[in-house]
Design a binder for this molecule. Structure first.
Ligand code: KG4
Ligand code: ZN
Length: 324
């Protein structure tokens, strides 16, 4: 089955064709544009999506040497995400599905991050736990079988990636902050022990990262000469600690055989190293499939049997995979 997928939920315009486990994707990053403003301006992101969308669809069809007749399904991220960004992908997918006469599948972005692990890994053992850590989400989910999800815990305020990005901004580092903090952290030591790993010892599986951001703000104000590499290592350590501790607990409580990790923060090498020490079969996509990409949307499409109604479906910026 050949699936053409489109992902535009945030600031990457991505199209992919998944043919069995053979994946081709073209992803146009907007990072250089958003670096100027130190973060994403939704209106600007949507305009960028519009400009590159048709050229990258043309590019992927040329790259894969496929014609519209070869495509079996069209899949698109319809939420959660930035509404104006989502609408560019949704309307493009609707138009293609209508003009090419293909079934259209509406895919949840979080399901996509989890499904990225299934590319090249058909034999994942269940039950599994999924950890999705991105700029917009920090969630632990129980996955009893492919395509079925139950929420275990989520962030109560900022997402882990958002915390990386906001701390980086406080420290005067470039956007996106996660990779910048990670690069500096590799050259430093986690010496600032009073930066909190919020909710580390709480009974539930929820997270909170806004307290860490505030602690970094005050620490930086009071210690402007502190070694930046050590500050970054301490921030990274505080975030990684709590993600790993809660994941470890969830694996145990749910008797999970596998851990499926996804989202941009899963590209973080300290987090990857710590997670790989846990007692389960650990799946973490290659970094290019951790950050937003359409290949993961095509992979999630394989869990679905029923296409969506071409004319009535809409982008849903608040679509929760598993409502609380
Ligand atoms: O999944 P993603 O591409 O977009 C969302 O769905 O949000 O995740 C982007 C987030 C950003 O906050 C970025 O700073 C973070 O992932 N990120 C990282 C790393 N690479 C990307 N955070 C920590 N370490 C990294 N290496
Ligand atoms: Zn994402």
């Amino acid at each position: 089955m050949k699936i053409l997928a489109i992902e535009t939920s945030c600031d990457e315009t991505s199209v992919a064709i998944l043919n069995g486990d053979d994946v081709t994707h073209v992803t146009a990053s907007q990072i250089d544009v958003h670096r100027i403003t130190g973060g994403i301006v939704p209106e600007v992101a949507a305009r960028e999506h519009v400009q590159v969308m048709i050229p990258i669809i043309k590019e992927i069809m040329q790259k894969t040497v496929l014609i519209p007749d070869d495509i079996d399904r069209i899949a698109v991220t319809s939420g959660p995400g930035l509404i104006t960004s989502l609408m560019v992908g949704v309307e493009t997918a609707r138009t293609l599905a209508y003009s090419w006469n293909k079934p259209l599948f509406s895919i949840n972005h979080i399901e996509g991050h989890i499904a990225a692990n299934f590319i090249g890994n058909p034999d994942i053992e269940f039950p599994a736990v999924a950890l999705v850590v991105s700029g917009g989400h920090t969630e632990l989910l129980f996955v009893p079988k492919p395509g079925t999800y139950e929420l275990i815990g989520a962030t109560r305020d900022d997402a882990a990636g958002e915390c990386f990005d906001k701390c980086a901004r406080i420290l005067g580092l470039d956007y996106p902050g996660g990779p910048e903090i990670s690069k500096l952290a590799a050259k430093g030591d986690s010496t600032i022990h009073h930066l909190p790993s919020p909710m580390l010892d709480s009974d539930n599986s929820d997270f909170s990262f806004s307290g860490l951001k505030t602690a970094v703000l005050y620490f930086h104000r009071d210690n402007p000469d502190a070694k930046l590499e050590d500050v970054c290592a301490s921030i990274e350590n505080a975030i990684v600690n709590v993600l790993v501790a809660k994941t470890k607990k969830a694996l145990k409580v749910h008797g999970a055989k596998s851990l499926l990790v996804g989202g941009g923060v899963a590209a973080n090498s300290a987090l990857r190293t710590e997670l790989e020490n846990l007692n389960a079969n650990i799946y973490i996509p290659a970094p290019e499939f951790c950050t937003d990409n359409a290949a993961m949307i095509a992979a999630a499409c394989r869990f679905h049997e029923q296409p969506t109604d071409l004319f009535s479906f809409k982008a849903n910026p608040n679509w929760e995979l598993t409502p609380r």
